[in-house]
Write a protein of this length. Structure first.
Length: 669
């Protein structure tokens, strides 16, 4: 090598050595406090929130990077806890602008942050970062070198000049204003990546983490956000959830401990949201196969039974409108619609069409939960019912449910319309039944219930009130043209039968819980009429016939069969488990039978005064005992009175008493 070449090589080595020395010593020469102030000031300005950090470390090799320790981003009023509390914040910088004294951010990585999302009277603490119009002027950090005003701009797109990564973070969702008590959920081990993009390409993101609870559930979230001016932000999000704890989900949405305990197992959810925030089109599929439900023994669902929920709709302006819902539950498909308004008082509206439904587990669930019922289907398979046209929800609510007039602001209100091909209450079956349902503030009302019932029709209303120390149930019923034999067979054990066509008007009230002992607390009244009837196996009526037949035959009168009648009618009152009537009337081929008295439903004892008018003969008797062992005592009635009066005139005062005793013994044989 020539001398000139050696000098050039030496010069090149000196230059390279100087550059290396400059890069190594650069962090010592930089004013780190100045750059820390610039970075913190920029973040404060972008977020419109105070930001603090305890330390900063700068290195230029292998690439310029700043590590900020113990970063705390304050929340906006009225919250005092930090919005973000991160262990370390790594920021990669561009070298040339840095040497000129300017900061241009490349990539950002946040290690072990704790992010807190909270809801207050004016909304979520994240609203001002998503919607520029919501950003207030309560915090005015001073403008530092290199910062830009962020007023009126979404903070996130400005901040993300490069790639944003979050590693092993925690997300806390805190809602102290939940209608059923404060709710706090914490998601652990969250990782998120937001790659760098250039306009006009959308900002893409991907996140995953662990769900709260003991089931080791997880979630994956992917999507994109389009940079846009104004409040409407184009967004597309896909969510996958695996192993969501059903009991914890029930508690999170406000169910009491007893009601939440009815759910066991986990759910899998896949959903997609597309639109311009705050209006999003939703498409969700929920796998319920691993879900277990124990609302009632005959209605329970064991984990492993096939079940799935699919819903499509829209979220807009704080309202969820699911216009198409299909639930596959134990072999049948339930179609419906649901509308949920979350502003001020949460209001849930639904329209439900199901082939078969049982009311007992619903009532039990509402009583335990203190909120809206969760219907489930019965095991019998039924063909799929197509979703018929759904009437729009009006401002007054569906079917007369005026939830907006409730004085209980902030309480969940449920109103809707239910239609079922088969509706069950115990063994009683209604066909093609429909009703309006309304629930608010521990008061459940069923209005305009109508349907088919054993060859006839049924209509009525009901209310279940849990607001006081003792629950109250009110039921109003109207039956028309109902066949009595299958109805009584569904209500009671088939010890005796009554065939005929029945009409009934009834109003009953119960103070206390449904179940054993409830009959003693029921009060009410009923008007009933049965035509073209036949009674089989009813011992009291058979005993009356056996007592009257010999007397009528002795008088030369053909005794009619009392177990058949043209019409049977009565007005009943019920109080303390005792039925009372003054006008029970049975008509048969011109013969008339009247009864007045009481029947104890608790011990099956009775006490009736019975009068029969057959041809020109009047017979009277006392009917006592039990329904299985009745005792009939013939009474002379008005005939005895007239005989005593006439004979007494002949025998005098003392003789009148003796003749009365004799006649009573005679007619009692």
């Amino acid at each position: 090598m020539t001398r000139r070449g050696q000098r050039r090589l030496l010069g090149l080595l000196l230059v390279l050595g100087g550059i290396v020395a400059l890069l190594l010593a650069g962090p010592l020469l930089l004013d780190q406090e100045r750059y820390r102030g610039i970075l913190i000031g920029r973040v404060s300005q972008l977020l419109n929130r105070n930001v603090t950090a305890t330390g900063l470390r700068v290195h230029l090799l292998p690439s310029p990077e700043v590590t900020i320790r113990n970063v705390v981003i304050a929340d906006r009023a009225p919250w005092s806890e930090p919005f973000v509390d991160a262990e370390q914040l790594h920021v990669s910088l561009k070298l040339l602008p840095l040497l000129k004294g300017d900061i241009q951010i490349g990539n950002i990585r946040i290690d072990r942050p704790r992010i807190r999302l909270a809801k207050g009277p004016d909304g979520w603490n994240l609203d001002d970062l998503i919607r520029p119009a919501a950003r207030g002027a309560t915090v005015e950090p001073h403008h530092t070198e290199g910062t830009r005003a962020a007023r009126g701009q979404p903070a996130l797109p400005v901040l993300l000049a490069g790639t944003l990564a979050i590693r092993h973070g925690a997300l806390v969702v805190d809602n102290p204003l939940h209608p059923y008590g404060p709710v706090t959920l914490e998601f652990q081990d969250i990782n998120m990546d937001i790659p760098a993009t250039r306009s006009p390409h959308p900002l893409r993101f991907q996140a995953d983490g662990q769900l709260p609870g003991e089931t080791s559930g997880s979630f994956e979230l992917t999507g994109s956000v389009q940079r846009a001016e104004g409040n409407r932000i184009p967004i597309e999000v896909e969510l996958r959830v695996r192993g969501l704890d059903a009991a914890q989900l029930a508690s999170a949405i406000g169910l009491s401990g007893g009601a939440a305990a009815a759910f066991a197992g986990t759910l899998d959810v896949e959903g997609k949201a597309v639109g311009e925030w705050p209006r999003l089109d939703l498409d969700t599929d929920v796998d319920l196969q691993r879900l277990g439900v124990t609302l009632a023994k005959e209605m329970g669902k064991a984990p492993g039974d096939k079940a799935r929920l699919h819903a499509k709709g829209r979220w807009e302006g704080g309202q969820l409108d699911l216009s198409d819902i299909n639930l596959l539950w134990k072999g049948q498909t339930i179609a419906g619609r649901l509308h949920l308004a979350t502003q001020q008082s949460p209001r849930l509206q639904f329209w439900l069409n199901t082939p078969e439904l049982s009311l007992e587990p619903i009532v039990a669930f509402v009583a335990a939960a203190g909120i809206e019922a969760n219907p489930s289907a019965t095991p019998h398979a039924s063909p799929r019912i197509s979703n018929p046209p759904v009437p729009p929800f009006d401002k007054g609510g569906m079917g007369g449910g005026r939830a907006q007039h409730s004085p209980e602001v902030g309480r969940l209100q449920v109103e809707g319309h239910l239609r079922s091909g088969v509706l069950r209450w115990g063994k009683v079956i209604l066909t093609t039944a429909e009703s309006d349902v309304h629930y608010c503030c521990r008061l459940l009302t069923i209005r305009r219930l109508q349907g088919g019932l054993y060859g006839g029709t049924v209509s009525g209303d009901a209310a279940l009130d849990w607001r006081g120390p003792t629950s109250r149930t009110t039921v109003t019923t109207h039956l028309e043209g109902v066949q009595t034999e299958p109805l009584l067979g569904a209500i009671q054990e088939p010890r005796w039968t009554l065939r005929g066509t029945m009409a009934l008007d009834s109003k009953m009230e119960l103070s206390g819980q449904l179940g054993p002992g409830a009959l003693a607390k029921v009060t009410g009244q009923t008007d009933i009429a049965v035509t073209n009837g036949r009674v089989t196996g009813y011992a009291p009526l058979e005993q009356l016939s056996k007592t009257a037949d010999p007397v009528l035959k002795g008088l030369g009168i053909n005794a009619p069969t009392l177990n058949e009648f043209d019409r049977l009618s009565a007005h009943w009152t019920l109080d303390g488990g005792i039925l009372r009537t003054r006008d029970l009337t049975l008509l048969r081929d011109g013969a008339k039978l009247y009864a007045a008295g009481s029947f104890n439903l608790l011990n099956q004892t009775m006490d009736f005064d019975v009068k029969a008018k057959i041809a020109k003969t009047t017979l009277e008797a006392k009917l006592q005992g039990t329904s299985s062992d009745p005792v009939v005592t013939p009474q002379a009635g008005s005939i005895e009175g007239r005989i005593k009066t006439e004979v007494g005139k002949l025998l005098g005062k003392d003789g009148k008493k003796e003749i009365g005793k004799m006649l009573q013994q005679l007619f009692s044989r």
